[in-house]
Design a protein around this ligand. Structure first.
Ligand code: TMP
Length: 395
């Protein structure tokens, strides 16, 4: 049983640490390396960053920042209500309440360690525990509120370092017929799209279905259904039940996913070694694009100062010499500087007329952005993306 390092992405900052100055004194950096676990096939960061450095009362990400996500959470809430007829729901990582607020007519509890976010949902009258998810917290919650019909967690479980405890605490908090729904970026999609930017401090893990199956066995949970999502560039919504609950049949699509992953080689170290080589090539090619545009004295900005873009900028060493500034719709990011790369971030007010190129930091919202920026494209503006390979998009 062993973790084998297969990719070194260099020194990286805390992605959520948007800087107040372009020349900070003590910016924290860590070594971003990726590992493959020979037994569970789990892909993880080699060294984890202490959670309190990432998840604190200055947390900038708002899950409701895009129309795409607001609509996705609203329609999912309707679907869950219909499908499971649940009387109680717990959300682990409730962020700004974009999902849990839709359940005001039943028992709805949030868990959110970032106090600035927990305050938002408390104001929405959702009982929110501003703590990290642990077995101890699960006991505290069920003592007060009972067990739950549904536990939902999007883009959070992959952030929690102690997975065994996490899944045991979920099993502990579910009613016998209860369902746990996990949503996280798909490892298969990340490998296929060469989106190495799925890896950053918060994403301690990027899950395959294969690894999820392997690591949840001992907690008494099993996968019974999977839905593929377009969110975050390709995610899986994975439905778990208690192993002892025979009410839900295991869907054929679970076996289908497992066999697809096997065909791709998700269980083989060679797959990750090949991925690492392609990532190096992607870096070289992206830098060439930036250098060529700069030689032509054209102006490049960044579009969406995402966490993902932090990995690209710091790995490829793209800084203010290439990107004049970022535009971003999140109010808490504007007026700040991107971590590590230290590029100014401006509040989004459209793309200025003097901009020739915009690097798609928020490439996972490409469709929404291209639709919104028709005027920019019409006047000859172009986007730069690195997914699935570095290129310029002109329509
Ligand atoms: P996320 O990928 O972590 O959800 O972050 C998306 C970021 O991109 C968020 O800060 C908002 C920003 N963004 C824009 O600035 N403009 C847009 O049109 C979209 C869709 C996102």
């Amino acid at each position: 049983m062993k973790k084998i390092n297969f990719l070194n992405l260099g020194k990286h900052p805390i992605t959520n640490n948007f800087l107040s100055t372009a020349n900070p004194k003590n910016e924290f950096f860590y070594n971003l390396k990726l590992s493959y676990h020979t037994e569970t096939k789990l892909i993880s960061l080699n060294n984890f960053v202490p959670p309190k450095k990432m998840f604190n009362n200055k947390y900038a990400h708002r899950a409701s920042a895009s129309i795409t996500m607001r609509e996705a959470y609203s329609s999912l809430a309707q679907k869950i209500k219909k499908k499971f007829n649940s009387k109680s729901i717990l959300e682990i990582g409730s962020n700004d309440g974009v999902f849990i607020k839709h359940f005001s007519n039943i028992k709805n509890i949030g868990v959110e360690p970032c106090k600035n976010l927990a305050e938002l949902t408390t104001k929405m009258k959702v009982k929110t525990y501003d703590k990290f998810w642990t077995f101890q917290l699960s006991n505290q919650i069920i003592k007060k509120h009972g067990k739950f019909d549904v536990i939902y967690s999007a883009n959070t479980i992959s952030h929690i370092h102690k997975l065994d405890e996490t899944f045991k605490a979920i099993e502990n908090s579910l009613n016998l017929d209860g369902v746990f729904i996990l949503e996280d970026p798909s490892l298969l999609k990340s490998l296929q799209k060469l989106s190495y930017d799925q890896f950053y401090d918060e994403h301690a893990y990027v899950f395959s279905i294969t690894a999820l199956k392997n690591i949840t066995k001992k907690s008494g949970l099993e996968i019974f259904n999977i839905e593929e999502l377009k969110t975050h560039g390709g995610s899986n919504r994975v439905f778990f039940k208690k192993i002892k609950n025979k009410k839900f049949k295991i869907s054929k699509n679970v076996y289908h996913h497992l066999s697809n992953e096997k065909k791709f080689g998700i269980h083989k170290l060679k797959t990750y070694r090949d991925f690492a080589k392609k990532v190096q090539k992607s870096k070289e090619s992206l830098i060439k694009i930036f250098q060529k545009i700069k030689k032509e004295k054209k102006k490049i900005i960044g579009y969406g100062a995402t966490y993902k873009s932090s990995t690209v900028l710091n790995f490829c060493k793209i800084n203010k010499n290439f990107i004049s500034y970022f535009v971003d719709t999140t109010p808490t990011k504007s007026g700040k500087f991107t971590p590590g790369s230290r590029i100014p971030i401006k509040a989004y007010k459209g793309i200025s007329d003097d901009v020739d190129y915009a690097f798609l930091g928020a490439w996972n919202f490409k469709k929404e952005i291209l639709k919104k920026e028709k005027k920019f494209i019409k006047r000859g503006g172009k986007f730069i993306t690195h997914v699935p390979y570095p290129r310029i998009i002109s329509k």
